[in-house]
Design a protein around this ligand. Sequence first.
Ligand code: HEC
Length: 198
Amino acid sequence: MSRNCLAWQVGAALLTALCSMSLATAQPVVPEDEQVKVARSIAVELGGKLKSELSTALAAGGPVQALAVCKTAAPTIAAELAAASGGKVGRTALRVRNPSNAADAFERAVLMRFVEDAANGADAAALEHSEVVQSEGRRTMRYMKAIPMQAAPCAACHGSEVSPEVLQAVRTLYPADEAVGFKPGDIRGAFTIELPLP
Ligand code: HEC
């Protein structure tokens, strides 16, 4: 046997030993934990995309024009992320601008807890909740992450002193709007994500 071949055999044996060791000590993959990680990253992506659409639109035409951009861009971005993940992706709140973002019973309960936790001093930006539920006969991971209200740029469209022009444009696009009067630090709403489990 040549020296090279022996070296190769020893190397291969070592590699096999190392591999089986790491397999033996590796943590088992838990689908629930994996889906929470996926949901978290979807929330980050949705938040980032919305923020960049919003700041581009605000810079280009101010809040009245940005409202119209939000109206089409927000549901489109959420739908794209939902299609890519095979789940449901969106935003919700206790008081919504778009009625199709209205919270269901699960979301309402979680949002009420976020509000309570924030009132008790929790960092609103860090509030999240995940839970495995049975939905339409299958196990689903439901994940929510709180969206805190900020002075800028949110107040121009969701604050207590929204300008008359913006308010009029809001009422035209969303006759049933309930999403004004928020103060910085309030829970404005939450990202809400549902992912199927095996
Ligand atoms: C230019 C105006 C404008 C600004 C600025 C703005 N929003 Fe909105 N927001 C909207 C519109 C329009 C909708 C409805 C979108 C839709 O039809 O789904 C909305 C919807 C939402 C929703 C979904 C629930 C609902 O009410 O329908 C949340 C949560 C939200 N906004 C949070 C924020 C936060 C946080 C900020 C600041 C970072 C912000 N918004 C800044 C216009 C604005």
